[in-house]
Design a protein around this ligand. Structure first.
Ligand code: HEM
Ligand code: HEM
Length: 185
């Protein structure tokens, strides 16, 4: 259970791909929620909130793990600006994965959204915020803006992964996705 230069730990790999899948799922659910009408809207909202809070909690676990288990070193061929871009993107991901759900939850709370259940299991109420439509709208706007910023991060991150796999041909993709072999010359 430790990070190594050739492979991330099983926990890091599990959290990375689970959070990535939940994030994409919640972007889809967020869109369906906005488009839905009537009682369906509340159902989509409950799912959106449950998925979002799951992402938040898993990110806290991941952050705890990362603070106690440092990242494996980046390959020596990487230039200073590449290291900065790679690590900067990773750090901004951590911040976005905490701020996006919190802002969404705050927006719903200020807007006076009803209490919903975490996947039907236990209730999740609202954050203690004053009820105000203006505050709710502002927080909702910030929530959606940060989701757009996350799309930019995902774009940079995936381009980086493709560059490592096909141009640098190092084992960076393999160490996060071990089913993909390290390219051989
Ligand atoms: C990482 C987790 C989350 C992601 C990726 C995400 C994504 C999104 C997206 C893409 C939309 C906009 C849909 C559109 O405009 O078509 C949205 C809206 C919204 N989300 Fe989230 N969300 C997350 C977590 C949460 C959480 C935990 C809550 C808490 C209840 C929440 C509450 C809302 C609300 C209230 C809106 C509507 C905002 C408005 O229209 O002003 N979100 N979300
Ligand atoms: C879509 C949501 C995604 C998020 C939020 C995300 C986030 C992260 C973060 C924070 C790290 C740093 C390592 C850690 O602390 O665990 C990381 C590493 C990594 N990610 Fe992602 N990722 C996503 C999607 C992807 C995708 C689609 C790919 C592949 C195409 C990918 C490939 C990698 C690789 C190869 C690493 C290892 C980098 C290294 O060795 O330092 N990620 N990712």
């Amino acid at each position: 259970m430790r990070e190594s230069e050739s492979r991330y730990s099983n926990l890091s790999i599990l959290l990375h791909w689970t959070i990535a899948a939940l994030l994409i799922a919640n972007v889809l659910v967020g869109g369906w929620m906005e488009d839905a009408e009537g009682p369906d809207k509340l159902g989509w909202f409950a799912t959106h909130k449950s998925l979002g809070i799951t992402i938040f909690v898993l990110t806290l676990v991941r952050l705890g793990w990362r603070i106690t288990h440092p990242w494996p070193v980046l390959p020596p061929h990487m230039a200073g600006w590449e290291r900065l871009l790679a690590r900067g993107t990773h750090i901004l991901f951590y911040l976005a994965l905490l701020a996006i759900p919190l802002l969404g939850w705050a927006a719903a709370s200020a807007g006076g959204a009803p209490t919903t259940d975490w996947f039907g299991l236990f209730p999740i109420g609202n954050l203690p915020l004053p009820r105000s439509e203006n505050l709710g709208d502002a927080l909702g706007g910030a929530h959606k803006l940060l989701v757009k910023a996350a799309y930019v991060l995902i774009g940079l991150h995936v381009l980086g992964a493709i560059k490592h796999q096909f141009l640098n041909r190092d084992g960076v993709l393999h160490r996060m996705l071990p089913i993909i072999p390290t390219p051989r010359d």
